[in-house]
Design a protein around this ligand. Structure first.
Ligand code: ADP
Ligand code: MG
Length: 681
C-alpha cells in the first residue's frame, strides 16, 4: 500500500481519529508534515547505562535481563499494572508497565533488553515507569526522540513515521538547487530524510541535520528577500520636504543625536518613491515616541493622515494623552480608537477618520477592525512591534494605499538575527539615552529581606515618589505554586505594611475601563504604590515612579525584567530595581545577577539568547515569523550566513523563482509567507 505526501495522516495504519487529533496538536496533518517532524535528539543504544549509575530523574537507556515478573495488579478505574524486575551486574531495576500485558508476556528471561525511560527512586530502589523496550542486540543503533504531546508516546510516533517512510509514494520535493547543494556540500533529500529519522551513525545524522537546517534557513532567507523586493517595487507617495522647526521648538527638551538621526532617516525615506519601511530599535526609555511623532507631524504637513497602533489600551491612551497636548500646539488633530470606547464614541472617531478631520489616530488592534477607513492614510506606525505579528502590521498597512511604515521596538535583536527577522526592513538604532538619566540601581534579595524592601519603598513614598511591585500571577489558583499573585498580595500588604498609603491593583483580567482608571490615578500621583502583573511591562511612562520591585524574579525572562525595570529611571531622581527570588538554582541566580551587572538592553538580550535560546527569547508571537523546526538562528551563525548567501545567488539569477526547476521552492515559499500573512507579488 502506498500513500501520497499530501494525504491525511489518517491514511496510515494505526492512525485513527483520536491519534490524528494528537498529531494535529504537533502541527501534523499530512503525511508530508509527518516526514518533516524531525527528531529533537537521539539516544545512542550502543552506550546504555549501567543500572547503578543510571542518573536519577533523567531519561536514559538501561541494559538488563528480566529476572522476575509479578502478578497482574488491578488498579482503580480498571487499569492493570505489571511489575518486572530487570538486573545487570551492578543492580536491580523495577520496571512498571500499565495495561500492556502483551509487552510483558513477550519479555523473555535471560535475554538482554534495552529499557528506555525516566529513572526514578533512590539508591536502594530504582524504578522506570512505562519504559520502551528494545532488543539489546537489535540492528537499530539509535532511538530518535521526537517532540511529543500528552497521549502520544515516542515509540508509537516513531513507528508511524517509519511506516510512512516506507509507504510514501514518490518523495519529498528537493528544494535546494543542485548547484547550491554541490557548493555547500549538502546531501540530497531522500537520503537525508532517511538519515535524520533513522541514522546508522552519528556522522550521517549530523550531515542530514545540517542539510535540513540549511534548507529551513535558506527558505526563510528567500522569503524575506522576496518581501523586501516586493516592497521596493511598490509605488509609494513621495512626500515633500517641510519646515520642521515648529515641532522642535514645541518640545520641552532637546532631542538626542540618536533620535535626530532616526528622524532624519525616516523623513528621508518618506520622500522617496518607494514606501518607507523602517524599524526604529531603541532601548526602553530612549525616546522612540518622539521619533514617531516627528514622522506623523511631517505627514500632517504633507496633508496626510497617520495611524499609531500600540499593543495595549493602557499604552495607547498614554500615547494619546502625551501626544495630543503636543499636537494641539502644532495645530494637528489627534484622536483615539480603542476597544473599550462606547459604540457612539467609536462611530464618531470613525467618521472623523473618514472625512479627514483627524490627522493622527492613536489606537490598539481596534484600528484594524472593519469599518475603520481613512481618507488619506499615508503613514502607519506600530509601537512595540515585537508584540504584533507581520500579519497585523500588514493589516494596518492595508487601511491605506502603500503607506509609509514605521515600526518601533524595544526588544533589542542581535544583528545576525535582525537580518533574518527584519530583513525586509531598514533599521535605525537609537543607542543613546536622553541626558541626565541616572542608571537604575538593581539588587537581588531573598524574601527574608522583603520587609526591609517595604521600608525602603515607604521612605520613597514619603518623599512624594511612587513605586511598582510586580507579581507573576493575577490570583492564587487551587494549586500551591509558591508564586506571588497580585490580588492576594495587594490585600496583604495594603493592610499590613502600607496602611495609610494609597495602593492600587492592576492586572490583565480587569475590565479595560478599570485598568485605565487605575493607570490614570497612578499617572496623576493619586495612587502611590501600584501592585501589578506584567501588564505594566510595555511602555508605561510615569517619571515620578522610582522603585520597581519584582516578586519571583526567577520566573521572568531577562528581556522582560529589563522592560519592567525600564518603567523606572525616567525622571531625574535615582531609581531602584529590587529583584526578589528565593531560588537556589545557581544558573537562575546567575541569570538574575546579570540584571544587577548590566543596564544595557542589547547586552542583556545577547545573554538571554545564549542561556535560554531563541525559543524562549523570541517566540513565534515575538517576531511574527513561522516557527523554525530544526534550525536555530542564534547558534548556527555560519549556516545562517551561508543560507543567506545561497538565497541571494538563487534570486539573482531567477528573481521571481519562475524557472521550472524552482517550482517546488516557489510553492514552499508561498506557503511560508502565507503563514505570516504576506504574499509575494
Ligand atoms: P521609549 O523609547 O521607551 O518608547 P519614550 O518615548 O516613552 O521611550 O520616552 C521616555 C521618556 O523620555 C518620556 O518621558 C519622554 O518624554 C522623555 N524623553 C524623550 N526624549 C527625550 C529627550 N531627548 N530628552 C529628555 N527626555 C526625553
Ligand atoms: Mg515606547
Amino acid at each position: 500500500m502506498t500513500v501520497k505526501l499530501d494525504s491525511s495522516v489518517q491514511y496510515l495504519k494505526g492512525v485513527g481519529e483520536q491519534r490524528a487529533k494528537l498529531f494535529g496538536k504537533l502541527g501534523i496533518t499530512t503525511v508530508k508534515d509527518l516526514l518533516q517532524h524531525y527528531p529533537r535528539g537521539y539516544i545512542d543504544l550502543s552506550a546504555p547505562c549501567e543500572i547503578s549509575s543510571a542518573p536519577n530523574e533523567e531519561i536514559c537507556a538501561v541494559r538488563g535481563v528480566v529476572i522476575k515478573k509479578s502478578q497482574e495488579i488491578r488498579l482503580k478505574g480498571g487499569r492493570k499494572m505489571y511489575k518486572v524486575l530487570a538486573a545487570d551486574d551492578t543492580g536491580v531495576l523495577e520496571l512498571i508497565f500499565f495495561n500492556t500485558k502483551y509487552t510483558v508476556d513477550a519479555l523473555d528471561y535471560d535475554t538482554p533488553y534495552l529499557f528506555y525511560g525516566r529513572v526514578q527512586g533512590n539508591l536502594l530502589r530504582k524504578q522506570m515507569s512505562a519504559p520502551a523496550v528494545y532488543p539489546a542486540d537489535g540492528d537499530q543503533p539509535f532511538i530518535s526522540v521526537y517532540p511529543l504531546t500528552a497521549g502520544l508516546s515516542n515509540k508509537v510516533l516513531s513507528n508511524i513515521i517509519r511506516q510512512a517512510l516506507q509507504q510514501v509514494d514518490g518523495q519529498l520535493p528537493e528544494l535546494l538547487p543542485d548547484k547550491i547543494r554541490a557548493l555547500y556540500q549538502l546531501e540530497e533529500i531522500s537520503q537525508a530524510l532517511k538519515n535524520i529519522h533513522h541514522p546508522v551513525s552519528m556522522q550521517e545524522m549530523e550531515r542530514a541535520r545540517r542539510r535540513f537546517m540549511f534548507e529551513e534557513l535558506f527558505c526563510l532567507a528567500v522569503g524575506v528577500s522576496l518581501l523586501k523586493k516586493r516592497n521596493l517595487t511598490k509605488q509609494g507617495y513621495p512626500m515633500k520636504p517641510q519646515e520642521m522647526s515648529a515641532f522642535y521648538e514645541a518640545l520641552p527638551f532637546i532631542l538626542t543625536g540618536a533620535q535626530q538621526k532616526a528622524i532624519d532617516e525616516i523623513l528621508s525615506d518618506m520622500q522617496k518613491n518607494v514606501p518607507a519601511n523602517r524599524l526604529v530599535q531603541g532601548d526602553v526609555g530612549s525616546g522612540k515616541t518622539m521619533v514617531a511623532m516627528a514622522a506623523a507631524y511631517f505627514a500632517y504637513l504633507n496633508g496626510a493622515q497617520s495611524a499609531l497602533m500600540a499593543p495595549t489600551e493602557i499604552l495607547a491612551r498614554q500615547h494619546y494623552q502625551g501626544l495630543s497636548a503636543l499636537a494641539d500646539k502644532l495645530g494637528m488633530k489627534t484622536d483615539l480608537l480603542v476597544g473599550s470606547m462606547t459604540a457612539a464614541q467609536k462611530r464618531k472617531a470613525k467618521e472623523k477618520l473618514l472625512c479627514g478631520e483627524t490627522d493622527l489616530c492613536i489606537g490598539t488592534h481596534a484600528l484594524l477592525s472593519e469599518g475603520v477607513d481613512f481618507q488619506n492614510l499615508q503613514l502607519v506606525i506600530t509601537d512595540e512591534q515585537h508584540r504584533f505579528g507581520v500579519a497585523q502590521r500588514t493589516a494596518l498597512q492595508e487601511k491605506g494605499k502603500q503607506p509609509h511604515t514605521l515600526v518601533m521596538s524595544a526588544t533589542p535583536i542581535p544583528r545576525t538575527l535582525a537580518l533574518m527577522i527584519y530583513g525586509e526592513l531598514d533599521i535605525s538604532i537609537i543607542d543613546e539615552l536622553p541626558p541626565n538619566r541616572q542608571p537604575v540601581r538593581t539588587y537581588r534579595i531573598g524574601s527574608d529581606k522583603r520587609k526591609r524592601a517595604f521600608g525602603f519603598i515607604r521612605d520613597h513614598l514619603d518623599q512624594g515618589l511612587q513605586a511598582f511591585i510586580v507579581c507573576p500571577l493575577v490570583e492564587q489558583g487551587e494549586e500551591d505554586t509558591g508564586l506571588q499573585a497580585a490580588t492576594e498580595y495587594m490585600l496583604d500588604i495594603s493592610t499590613q505594611f502600607f496602611s495609610g498609603y494609597t495602593v492600587g491593583l492592576l492586572h490583565g483580567k480587569m475590565k479595560a475601563a478599570d485598568k485605565e482608571k487605575v493607570m490614570g490615578d497612578f499617572s496623576s500621583g493619586l495612587i502611590q504604590l501600584l501592585i501589578s502583573t506584567t501588564v505594566v511591562e510595555v511602555g508605561v511612562d510615569v517619571p515620578n515612579a522610582v522603585i520597581m520591585m519584582v516578586e519571583n524574579a526567577e520566573r521572568f525572562g531577562l528581556s522582560q525584567l529589563h522592560q519592567l525595570r525600564g518603567r523606572v529611571g525616567r525622571g531625574c531622581v535615582q531609581s531602584h530595581c529590587i529583584l526578589l527570588t528565593d531560588s537556589k538554582n545557581p544558573d537562575t541566580l546567575q541569570r538574575v545577577d546579570m540584571m544587577c551587572k548590566s543596564n544595557n538592553g542589547f547586552e542583556i538580550a545577547e545573554y538571554d539568547l545564549k542561556t535560554r535560546g531563541p525559543g524562549n527569547f523570541l517566540g513565534h508571537e515575538q517576531h511574527g515569523l513561522p516557527h523554525l523546526k530544526i534550525a536555530d538562528l542564534t547558534t548556527d551563525v555560519t549556516l545562517v550566513a551561508d543560507a543567506q548567501q545561497a538565497a541571494n545567488e538563487v534570486l539573482e539569477k531567477d528573481p521571481d523563482l519562475s524557472s521550472p526547476s524552482h517550482q517546488a521552492l516557489r510553492e514552499t515559499i508561498i506557503g511560508l509567507l502565507n503563514k505570516v500573512g504576506e504574499r509575494p507579488n
